[in-house]
Design a protein around this ligand. Structure first.
Ligand SMILES: [Fe+2]
Length: 394
């Protein structure tokens, strides 16, 4: 009998998702009890300048004050840079917290994770984003998302920007201990941020399934995440008060976050990193622009996975060729971008085709981890062709 490493029986895998998730509408009401169990004396609340003025933040501060004292750091902005990181490092090293709470979008939650690590790891803060290992585990981390999509509430990743380049770090000690996911906190999110964050969850689900390290557990999580985005994304964008839609997106964020942490992400995330910062695009928007083209490129290599993605999107694929199924999936992503007024081509970003080669070089030099997870290995020429396609409508 011939053994194939692609055969389902031959594929071993591991899965972990150690974060305790407190999920549901008004689950924030359970915060005081959860905090009590964490028995802290000196907490640090990491958040942004807008979120810190919201009623949700007031509730969290009130709860934090019941069981101990806390310090507030509210200077996290979208795509935080090394200056914010350095300030945070100084704060935690001067007055070490025994609990770090990250409240807000992906950036605030990412910063809360690294704040915990920097409390007990004393080297240059940026060095931990450049290969320096995190040796010691910091105080427990609690994440409370106010917008749905990044999955940061359940992942061990942290991202910082240095000289217009995103640097990422990942370590087991960065997993949040507890995530309190209350979809009502996202009711006040603007349509624009709902769109850019929500579509990120879709891309996480799709790329988790496409990854060379996909597995049945993550496929199940990603499948539900994709179908939740397909059902609720446009509703949440068009009517921010639609609590059922907000709930669907919060669930998609958690599910796809758990999935992609275990499988990794592939080509579209890598491509997005080559232009997101230079064109000031929100993360999810930059990835979703590339996703239809990356999906179309990958389709011939992974017909069964494309069928799975199509099923999650509710697409009837009977009598369709694999190429047609891939095209339908890609078109659905474009449709979601259209409804939510997000760019669909590089042309819309006023980019020039002479920027293609430097972006391909950047992708191959600095975003290899995404390319390595991609099911179809692209040559340099194929990547140039893919970027060229991204200048035209699908
Ligand atoms: Fe993402």
């Amino acid at each position: 009998m011939e053994h194939s490493f692609n055969h389902p029986l031959m594929r071993n895998f591991s899965f972990q998702s150690p974060t305790k998730i407190i999920y549901g509408l008004y689950s924030l009401e359970r915060l005081k009890d959860e905090l009590k169990k964490m028995s802290y004396k000196n907490a640090l609340l990491v958040t942004g300048s807008n979120v810190c003025k919201t009623p949700g933040c007031s509730k969290i501060k009130e709860a934090l004050g019941v069981n101990g004292s806390f310090v507030e750091f509210n200077k996290v902005c979208p795509e935080p840079d090394t200056k914010v990181l350095a300030e945070l490092a100084m704060l935690v090293r001067k007055d070490p917290p025994d609990l770090v709470v990250g409240l807000g979008g992906g950036s605030s939650m990412d910063m809360s994770k690294i704040a915990s690590a920097l409390t007990v790891n004393e080297k240059d803060p940026v060095s931990y984003f450049k290969g320096e290992p995190l040796i010691r585990k910091g105080p427990p981390i609690m994440t409370i998302p106010t917008i749905a999509g990044t999955g940061s509430e359940v992942t061990p990743f942290s991202i910082v920007v240095e000289q217009n380049k995103k640097l990422a770090t990942s370590h087991y000690s960065l997993y949040p201990t507890v995530a309190v996911v209350d979809p009502t906190l996202s009711l006040s999110a603007s349509p624009q941020s709902t769109a850019s964050a929500g579509i990120d969850a879709l891309c996480h689900g799709i790329e988790s399934i496409m990854s060379v390290d996909s597995n049945p557990v993550c496929n199940a999580l990603a499948f539900d995440a994709i179908s939740n985005v397909d059902d609720y994304f446009e509703r949440a964008y068009c009517n921010g008060d639609d609590i059922e839609a907000r709930n669907g997106l919060s669930m998609a964020s958690v599910l796809s976050g758990m999935a992609f942490t275990n499988t990794g992400l592939c080509l579209a995330h890598g491509i997005a990193y080559t232009y997101a910062m230079s064109h000031a695009l929100p993360h999810g928007t930059s990835v979703a622009l590339a996703e239809p083209y990356a999906l179309e490129f990958n389709t011939p290599a992974i017909p069964e996975k494309i069928e799975l993605i199509a099923a999650a999107m509710g697409i009837d694929t009977s009598c369709m060729s694999t190429a047609e199924v891939g095209y339908e999936c890609a078109s659905r992503i474009v449709e979601l971008l259209e409804t939510t007024h997000q760019p669909q081509t590089l042309d819309e970003l006023n980019m020039d085709e002479c920027e293609i080669e430097p972006m391909v070089d950047d992708l191959l030099a600095n975003q290899k981890r995404f390319v390595n997870k991609n099911p179809r290995k692209p040559s340099r020429e194929e990547l140039i062709g893919l970027y060229e396609r991204m200048f035209e409508d699908l």
